[in-house]
Design a protein around this ligand. Structure first.
Ligand code: ADP
Length: 226
């Protein structure tokens, strides 16, 4: 069996995919591929792609399947060979993306195909809404670490408004406002059932974890489940 693994995190926006990914990166040396972070970096860099996707992102809409898939496939072409385990944080989000990924893995990856697992993180809607309203992120496009202004969350920065990791200023994400949050939640609901079906049809193992628990607990459960 191939030693390379792709682990796809799915779940409502705000469910903690990025936070859990960061844990896996720092504790297990896995790699995180966050399509949201890549999109925000394109916008900050004012690339041609960034200009095209800026409005969709702010409004909470999905970016086109082709733009997103190309970003992911570029990463796979350039970096997968030197990576053992990669977390896909935010991709695929549509059936079309899932099909494009399956085709890519079948036809474009040399050697043994990677083992693909899907981890579905489950969190109540009221919890994710509150997390997104309270979220601030590092404004440094190469960092984008996430924090909360909720003192009870355990994710407050050490110094108000300053990133613990790189000391840049913390900012609110432009899509963490009521109307964009509603669009994002609705989009997720509209896609989830078909997406999970597509994963199962592709032979990717799907498991579900309760993500409304302390992050340490969630991390332990993930490691055990995999
Ligand atoms: P969240 O999952 O909390 O909404 P992300 O940072 O993962 O946040 O994504 C932010 C935005 O980036 C999405 O609302 C969407 O506009 C864009 N995006 C990220 N991943 C995808 C994807 N796979 N397909 C289409 N758009 C995407």
């Amino acid at each position: 069996m191939s030693s390379k693994r792709i682990i796809i995190f799915v779940g409502l926006p705000g469910t903690g995919k990025g936070t859990l990914s960061n844990f896996c990166v720092s504790r297990l040396g896995w790699h995180q591929l966050s399509t949201g972070n890549l999109c925000r970096k394109h916008i900050a860099d004012q690339t041609e792609i960034g200009k095209k996707i800026d409005f969709a992102i702010k409004s909470g809409k999905l970016v086109s399947d082709s733009i997103i898939s190309e970003m992911v496939f570029d990463w796979l072409i350039n970096s997968f060979e030197s990576t053992e385990v990669v977390i896909f944080d935010g991709f695929p989000r549509t059936v079309a993306q899932a099909n494009l990924l399956q085709d890519f893995l079948k036809n474009q990856i040399k050697g043994e195909p990677p083992v693909v697992s899907v981890v579905r993180l489950i969190t109540p809607i009221e919890v994710v809404k509150a997390r997104m309203i309270n979220r601030i992120i590092c404004g440094n496009k190469s960092c984008q670490a996430g924090y909360s202004i909720d003192k009870a969350s355990g994710f407050c920065p050490k110094v108000d408004g300053v990133c613990d990791k790189c000391q840049s200023s913390l900012v609110k994400r432009p899509d963490d406002n009521d109307s964009s949050i509603s669009v994002r939640l609705e989009t997720y609901h509209n896609n989830e059932t078909q997406l999970l079906k597509a994963f199962e049809q592709a032979g990717f193992g799907v498991m579900s974890l309760d993500a409304n628990v302390p992050i340490e607990t969630l991390f332990d459960e993930l490691v055990q489940a995999l």
